[in-house]
Design a protein around this ligand. Structure first.
Ligand SMILES: Cc1cc2nc3c(=O)[nH]c(=O)nc-3n(C[C@H](O)[C@H](O)[C@H](O)COP(=O)(O)OP(=O)(O)OC[C@H]3O[C@@H](n4cnc5c(N)ncnc54)[C@H](O)[C@@H]3O)c2cc1C
Length: 372
């Protein structure tokens, strides 16, 4: 990458959960980023993933599930740029944005999330709708609901984790006429306590979602899904809730990445190869740290401290992942499935707890837009 035109002391890329928490913490403590610092995000809003299933189920509006970034950024001295990172050259500390801008940085913080994994071949005969980025799936479902594009008679959802279950139950509410199938590579909710899967199976069955466990999709060919060498479904579209894949720019950035292309970080949330670059949330790779919003949120306060400490002479803090996290899976009707450690339960009370936690997060991290 040629010499950068503009040098920023700190560039934060991605309006992910960790950055939201870090910005809010700086505001609460009256701290500011060094003058000339930038926040770069693909859109002017950050979406809160915990509420996306509720949005798709018609329980929340888009405004309730998103946070305007400009007021947050301005309150701690950052300028928001709506643009997309295309390439990073870690050694020369330079980035290239989709607009063609090239920038240099003294410190960089990456919280750009991940993309849905596509581990099957496709001939392109079926539309694929990723669960991420969120604006894409929100727009697609709205188009189906309002008949701007014909809603699918049959929809296949790939992914037997929490996101797959939540999306299947949410789409049942928004697309009542559509036949829904959920395909799981292994068993349903295999990474959760064993007691949760039977509860989820019952919910899916009541919602008329056809469940296929231990059936990894190998390819899409001529509008058919193939698994174990045979055609298993012929949907009109496919929703991907298949787990996380690293963004294409990560492996070529010069940063040390794991075998899947995620950025290896240390306990101080710094790149293991380039100490001036921090990474948090789903784009990063740290032992014992699953890719979930709750982990990214807990990284936020440590990141807030370390980004400022790294620009001065302060001591960096260490992030310790919590040994277990509360999981609340929205069922689309206001109730939820709950798991914590070996405990698993479900019901309206769990749904109320989920709504309370999600809405509290939104209240705590939203600032009124300029002029509101
Ligand atoms: C349907 C669904 C429901 C979920 N529910 C939960 C839940 O209830 N609890 C939970 O813990 N986890 C949940 N998750 C997982 C959760 O979404 C992720 O783990 C979490 O969003 C990761 O947050 P993050 O901070 O890494 O970044 P993200 O929240 O993914 O945010 C990344 C941001 O970076 C921006 N960005 C990305 N690439 C670029 C680029 N190149 N240039 C500029 N900006 C960029 C994006 O626009 C976005 O604003 C859910 C996931 C899905 C799909």
């Amino acid at each position: 990458m040629p010499t950068s035109l503009l040098q920023a002391p700190l560039v934060m890329i991605g309006g992910g959960h960790a950055h939201l928490v870090a910005l809010r913490q700086w505001i609460a403590r009256g701290q500011r980023a060094p003058a000339g610092s930038l926040l770069i995000n693909a859109q002017p809003y950050a979406w809160y993933s915990g509420m996306l299933p509720g949005l798709l189920a018609g329980r929340f509006t888009a405004a309730q599930c998103s946070i305007e970034l400009a007021p947050l950024a301005a309150a701690c001295g950052l300028t928001l740029i709506c643009d997309e990172l295309l390439a990073l050259d870690a050694s020369s500390q330079a980035i290239l944005l989709a607009s063609g801008k090239r920038l240099g940085f003294a410190r960089l913080s990456l919280n750009t999330g991940a993309l849905p994994a596509i581990d099957f071949k496709t001939d392109g005969s079926l539309p694929l709708v990723g669960a991420k980025p969120f604006p894409g799936i929100v727009q697609q479902v709205q188009q189906w609901q309002t008949w701007q594009t014909q809603p699918p008679a049959q929809l296949a959802i790939l992914g037997g984790g929490a996101a797959g279950v939540e999306l299947a139950l949410a789409l049942r509410m928004s697309l009542p006429q559509t036949q829904l199938s959920l395909f799981c590579r292994s068993g349903l909710l295999a990474n959760h306590p064993p007691r949760l899967a039977p509860l989820a199976r019952t919910r899916l069955s009541k919602a008329a979602v056809k469940l296929h466990e231990n059936l990894p999709i190998e390819r899409i060919s001529d509008t058919q899904l193939y698994a174990a060498g045979r055609a298993v479904a012929q949907p009109d579209a496919v929703v991907l809730a298949t787990g996380a894949a690293a963004a294409g720019w990560q492996p070529g950035s010069g940063l040390l990445c794991d075998e899947q292309g995620f950025i290896r970080i240390n306990e101080q949330l710094q790149s293991c190869s380039h100490a001036a670059i921090f990474a948090t949330g789903d784009c990063a790779s740290l032992p014992n740290t699953p890719r979930a919003g709750v982990y990214a949120v807990r990284q936020g306060p440590v990141l807030a401290h370390n980004l400022l400490a790294a620009t001065g002479s302060g001591t960096l803090q260490r992030y310790q992942p919590q040994p277990r996290a509360l999981a609340l899976l929205a069922c689309g009707d206001g109730s939820a499935l709950l798991s914590y450690g070996a405990l698993a339960t479900q019901g309206r009370l769990a749904g109320k707890l989920k709504d309370w936690l999600d809405l509290r997060f939104m209240r705590e991290h939203r600032l009124p837009a300029h002029g509101d």
